[in-house]
Structures are given as structure tokens and as C-alpha cells.
Design a protein around this ligand. Structure first.
Ligand code: GDP
Ligand code: IMO
Ligand code: MG
Length: 427
């Protein structure tokens, strides 16, 4: 009975896709538990880059069953397109299943996301405009349409009619937008229903059975702790729980099954969208991290905001997720800097903190307290043993481990699947 969790420990884009793919050959099931196609998870194998949005990053491993779990919001059109693209590249998707309890992300969610952001103007969240917030809002308002409703066409049509009346009123009266046509939407779902229905399963039961049979199940998080609806920099967050707690509620699995919880940590910080970012470097350092690190959104293509490593953020992720291990990525990108500042705390109005405050006003006032490390110049991309890393690089890595009181099990030194220093077998 072994469940393994991979979660983001900063603001997303830490390299979760790479870590999940790496572990993919050792697992029987890979399960996404929250979020939707706001995620962009990159996997690079033999120079070929694949970006996954809804499909679990275990997909390239044909032996693992890939499940989109109950806590995910599924845009079925995006899902089928993603599968079609992969299949055209020779990767079969027969091993994809979707949870009957997952909510359908509808065209009006995408449109409302865009209208809401437009209306918010300078106060916008900077969402991926994929309808994530509006879909989760409907789920909790209890007017969502679920995947299981696709099985029963009458139920689906009836629900759609009721909710579309409400949505169209909102679109027209509040946002002065263009309403959706019910018949057209019904037709578009009719056209894809046949493809989706055979993929629908009771995912909670499937995962439970697998764990009972001593199979290895990997739960793949999207987004990250600082984008968590409860613990992130609210309201500049996503609308789900990308944490270990999100696995429990988003799959319906007991914490007793979780053996290791792996937090992916990028060796520096990035953020896409609006919201506070204490160590952001709006200067040549930020620009060089962006260029060397290829820090452009895998989903929206937006340039990512870049800055130095913020350890209070990572430590918060360790605590909230109960991380047993850290997978440290992109350390290779830090090669060539003379000095590497690492934020170890915040000065907020004259007081020292090592925790992230709830109030955005306080967080906006936070000044980073840095510990400065000497850099290294050697190319580290082909190194596979920790002791062969430049000493200054080793010191940088060990400091993260000490500060966070969490073992670093893996150091990733490049985007390729096998560019790693394995310090501890994760599975
Ligand atoms: P995710 O959303 O957490 O899966 O991360 P993204 O895929 O959005 O962004 C991570 C980016 O860094 C991708 O382009 C990866 O291919 C790349 N990457 C992952 N690990 C490493 C690494 O150790 N070094 C370098 N140079 N690139 C990496
Ligand atoms: P992965 O899984 C980085 C950010 C958006 C925005 C906020 C809310 O690739 O790490 P949403 O569309 O979710 O309502 O947007 O969250 N965001 C991400 N940032 N990586 C992601 O996913 C993200 N998913 C959402 O930029 O600031
Ligand atoms: Mg990403």
C-alpha cells in the first residue's frame, strides 16, 4: 500500500512534470487530484519536449494507468485535443481514465474568467483564463455539471439548461457579454460524448483497489503551495488545494496510504500572474534567470517573474504538505553568478519573520533578509554524483536542506529525464 505525492513548493513551474515522468516507470497509477488545464507540465525525453495540461505527466509511460481524479476540473474539449495531439505523435492514450465525480469545465467558465479579469482591470488576478475559478465557484455553489452527468444525456441536458440560464444572465447583465446558445452547446457536447463515456470510472474505488493490491500510486499536483486557495497569497491564488490535503479530498484517499510526500523546489523563484513576490528581481538578474531558465509560461507563454530563492516560502510548503523529501530542480541555471542571495526571513515593519503573513499589505511591506552564497562557474549539467558538484554549489544545496529540515532526495541538473543526482531513492 504505497501512495506517493508530488507537489509544487513555490508558485508553480518548479519542474513537477519532470519529476513525475522520472518516477513514472516505477508506478502503476498516476493520478491528478486538483486544478485543470491551468497547469503546464513539461517532460523532456531524448530532446523531445511534451507539455501536459490535463493529462498526468506519467502519460509517456505506457504501463501506468493515468487518472484524472475527482478534484480536477475537466475541460473535455481541451482533454480530447491534448490526447489527439499526443496520439498524432505516436503516444497512445488508451490508459487514460477520468473520474465520474470530476466537474466539467464548461465554455461559459472560460468566457467568464476572461470577462472577470477584464472587468477587474488593474486589480486582476492574472489568471490563465482557462475558467478555473468560475468552474470551482459553480462546484461550491452546487450548480456544477459533473463527468457522471455525461452518462445520462437527459440529466446532462436538463442541468445545462438550468445553469446556462443563470450564466447567460450573468454574462449579459453584469459583463455586457454575448450569451451562449443552448442548442449549439448541446450539439458540441453530443459530438464528444461518445469518446468520453468509455473513459469514465469511479476513480476513488480504482485507487483504493490499487493500494489494497500493493500497487504504487503517484499523486501529481498542479500549481503549488503559494497558489493554494487557503495558504497562498489570497486572492492571487488558484481556486483549488494543490497540497497534500488536496490529495485526500481530491481523490478520496486516506492519509494512511501516503508513504512519501515529495515537494519540488526550484533553486530560485518564479511567479506568473499578479501578487506579492518578495525576492523578485526587476533587474538584469531577473532577466538573466528568465532567459537562461527559459522562464516563459508552459500554458500561456507569459514571461515568468523571476527572483532569488525564498526559503520562508519553501519552509511553509514543507510544513503544510508534510514534505518527507525535496526534489531540487534547475540548480544548473544558477551557474555563473558571482553571488547568490537566498532569502531566509522577512523584515516586516521592523520585525523579523520566517513565516508568510496572511495580510497582503504586510507581505507587500516585507523586505527580504538575505544570506549570500558564493557562486560557481563550472558547468554542472552532466554531473550525476553530489560530491562532484562544485563545493559552493554543494553548500547552497545543503543550506536549503538544513533550513527546511527536509531531505533533498534528488537534484535535477537539466530538463532531460535522466539529468539528475539521486541522493535517495524516492520509490
Ligand atoms: P511544472 O509546471 O512544475 O511541471 O514545471 P514547468 O514544466 O512549467 O516548468 C519547468 C521548466 O523547467 C520546464 O521547461 C522543464 O523542462 C524545465 N526543467 C525542469 N527541471 C530542470 C532542471 O533541472 N534544469 C533545467 N535547466 N530545466 C529544468
Ligand atoms: P503548474 O501546474 C504557475 C497562476 C496564474 C495566476 C493564478 C490563478 O504548471 O505549476 P488560474 O488560471 O489558476 O485561476 O490562475 O495562478 N497559475 C500558475 N502559475 N504554474 C501553474 O501551474 C499555474 N496555474 C495557475 O498565473 O497567477
Ligand atoms: Mg508549469
Amino acid at each position: 500500500m504505497a501512495g506517493y505525492v508530488v507537489v509544487g513548493s513555490q508558485w508553480g513551474d518548479e519542474g513537477k512534470g519532470k519529476v513525475v515522468d522520472l518516477l513514472g516507470s516505477k508506478v502503476n497509477l498516476v493520478v491528478r487530484f486538483q486544478g485543470g488545464n491551468n497547469a503546464g507540465h513539461t517532460v523532456v525525453v531524448n530532446g523531445k519536449k511534451t507539455i501536459l495540461h490535463l493529462l498526468p505527466s506519467g502519460i509517456l509511460n505506457q504501463d501506468a494507468l493515468c487518472i484524472i481524479g475527482p478534484g480536477v476540473v475537466i475541460n473535455p474539449f481541451v482533454l480530447l485535443k491534448e490526447m489527439e495531439t499526443l496520439e498524432s505523435e505516436g503516444c497512445t492514450c488508451n490508459h487514460v481514465r477520468i473520474s465520474d465525480r470530476a466537474h466539467l469545465l464548461m465554455p461559459y467558465h472560460v468566457y467568464l474568467d476572461e470577462l472577470q479579469e477584464q472587468r477587474a482591470g488593474s486589480k486582476k488576478i492574472g489568471t490563465t483564463k482557462n475558467g478555473i475559478g468560475p468552474c470551482y465557484a459553480d462546484k461550491y455553489t452546487r450548480i456544477g455539471i459533473r463527468v457522471c452527468d455525461l452518462r445520462d444525456w437527459d440529466v446532462f441536458c436538463e442541468k445545462l439548461q438550468t445553469v446556462l440560464d443563470i450564466k447567460n444572465e450573468e454574462i449579459v447583465k453584469i459583463y455586457n457579454g454575448k450569451p451562449f446558445d443552448y442548442e449549439e452547446m448541446v450539439e458540441s457536447f453530443k459530438a464528444i460524448r461518445e469518446k468520453l463515456v468509455p473513459m469514465i470510472i469511479d476513480a476513488t474505488d480504482k485507487v483504493d483497489q490499487a493500494l489494497e493490491e500493493d500497487k504504487v500510486v503517484l499523486f501529481e499536483g498542479a500549481q503549488a503551495n503559494m497558489l493554494d486557495i487557503n495558504y497562498g497569497t489570497y486572492p492571487y491564488v488558484t481556486s483549488s488545494s494543490p497540497t497534500t490535503a488536496g490529495v485526500l479530498e481530491g481523490v478520496g484517499v486516506s492519509f494512511r496510504h501516503l508513504k512519501r510526500i515529495i515537494g519540488v523546489v526550484k533553486a530560485y523563484s518564479t511567479r506568473v500572474g499578479e501578487g506579492p513576490f518578495v525576492t523578485e528581481q526587476l533587474n538584469e538578474f531577473g532577466e538573466s534567470l528568465r532567459e537562461t531558465g527559459g522562464e516563459y509560461g508552459a500554458t500561456t507563454g507569459r514571461p515568468r517573474r523571476c527572483g532569488w530563492l525564498d526559503l520562508p516560502v519553501v519552509k511553509q510548503a514543507c510544513k503544510i504538505n508534510g514534505l518527507t523529501d525535496i526534489a531540487l530542480t534547475k540548480i544548473d541555471i544558477l551557474t555563473g553568478y558571482e553571488k547568490l542571495p537566498v532569502c531566509v526571513g522577512y523584515d516586516i515593519n521592523g520585525k523579523y519573520y520566517e513565516t508568510v503573513p496572511a495580510s497582503l499589505k504586510d507581505y507587500a511591506a516585507a523586505k527580504p533578509v538575505y544570506k549570500e552564497f558564493d557562486g560557481w562557474t563550472e558547468d554542472i549539467t552532466n554531473i550525476t554524483e553530489f560530491d562532484k558538484l562544485p563545493v559552493n554549489c554543494q553548500k547552497y544545496i545543503r543550506f536549503i536542506e538544513d533550513y527546511c529540515k527536509t531531505d533533498i532526495a534528488l537534484v535535477s541538473t537539466g530538463p532531460e529525464r535522466n539529468a539528475n543526482i539521486i541522493l535517495k531513492d524516492l520509490i
